[in-house]
Write a protein that binds this ligand. Structure first.
Ligand code: SF4
Length: 318
């Protein structure tokens, strides 16, 4: 049995997308041959521009989409073989905008207790567990009877975290968990996630445009470009000595994340390519300042050196 809590083996996802009103449908490869794993208690950061496939990947891990190819496994068991309820109780999401993910007509106690309802937990036990969970995420007990509209943004995200944790999942998929919050409360939520990770031995996939957040939180970082992993390394190695020119560009960029708009300013020449018509060879070559002739026709594969993987001919160790 694999030691990895979660592992992805050559996961791909393709859609057929119509070009224009009467155009024919063309394949859009949202993910291609994604392979990495999360170890118990680890925080893995996932970064890249909007359209790189991060959200598709999150949906696959949450069971909201099936991959076109490849396998996602938990402790070596394909999650496609797990009953949905078991998968949902072991992998939980935390989304960017807590307000839109909380039912405005339910109280905090009802929202947080809902997953226990679905598991058939009796009312007395449910109330006790909700009380404990509000404590754990730093919400006062009086919040139990409040509606989401009566809470601040930070408190709402605490409610979303409490709801995600109430059924004691092992893995949290955190999709931009702080980018909709005021700067002043972002660090409180990040510190809370870190404390909960330590206390509950959680495993986190942290999807974020904010490299400062990723650096602060993650043990390892995966960088994606146009549906593929282009670099993966321990956090310090990635920030101290990035190998892929795209990662270099990300790190050189002043990042000002705007909710729902991806990376608003990237100092990289050219536009993010149309995924329906991806560039030949290395998909990054039209924007790469170091591109060589072969980059236009050959695609570099991910190769590893000392656990640092990158897909670039400049670092090809094969
Ligand atoms: Fe740039 Fe070539 Fe490396 Fe792609 S393979 S990142 S185009 S140098």
């Amino acid at each position: 049995m694999s030691n990895a809590v979660l592992s992805l083996d050559q996961v791909s996802k393709a859609y057929r997308v119509r070009q224009g009103l009467f155009g024919r449908k063309l394949p859009l490869h949202a993910l291609q041959d994604i392979a990495f794993s999360l170890q118990k208690g680890e925080v893995v950061g996932l970064v890249g521009e909007s359209g790189c496939g991060k959200s598709t990947l999150a949906k696959i891990l949450l069971g909201l989409l099936n991959p076109s190819k490849g396998t996602v496994s938990m402790y070596g068991q394909p999650i496609a073989d797990m009953p949905l309820r078991e998968r949902a109780s072991r992998v939980q999401p935390i989304f960017q905008d807590p307000y839109s993910s909380l039912n405005p007509r339910k109280t905090v106690a009802q929202i947080v207790g809902l997953p226990l309802n679905l598991l058939g937990i009796k009312s007395a036990d449910r109330n006790r567990q909700v009380t404990d969970m509000l404590d754990l995420v730093g919400l006062p007990q009086r919040a139990a009877g409040s509606f989401p509209s009566q809470l601040s943004g930070g408190q709402r995200q605490r409610v979303a975290i409490a709801r995600a944790l109430i059924a004691r999942p092992e893995i949290l998929i955190c999709d931009e968990p702080t980018s909709a919050l005021d700067v002043s409360v972002q660090s409180q939520i990040l510190n809370l996630l870190q404390d909960l990770r330590d206390e509950l031995n959680l495993t986190l996939l942290l999807i974020s445009h904010n490299l400062a957040v990723v650096r602060h939180m993650s043990d390892r970082v995966v960088v994606m470009y146009l549906g593929r992993i282009v670099e993966e390394a321990e956090t310090q190695a990635l920030f101290d000595s990035p190998q892929h020119p795209y990662t270099h560009a990300l790190l050189d960029t002043v990042l000002r994340p705007v909710p729902g708009q991806g990376l608003p300013y990237l100092d990289i020449q050219g536009e993010f390519p149309n995924p329906i018509r991806p560039p030949s060879g290395c998909a990054f070559h039209p924007r790469c300042k170091l591109a060589m002739d072969r980059c236009k026709s050959e695609r570099p594969v991910l190769s590893a050196s000392d656990g640092h993987r990158s897909a670039c001919f400049l670092h090809d160790v094969n």
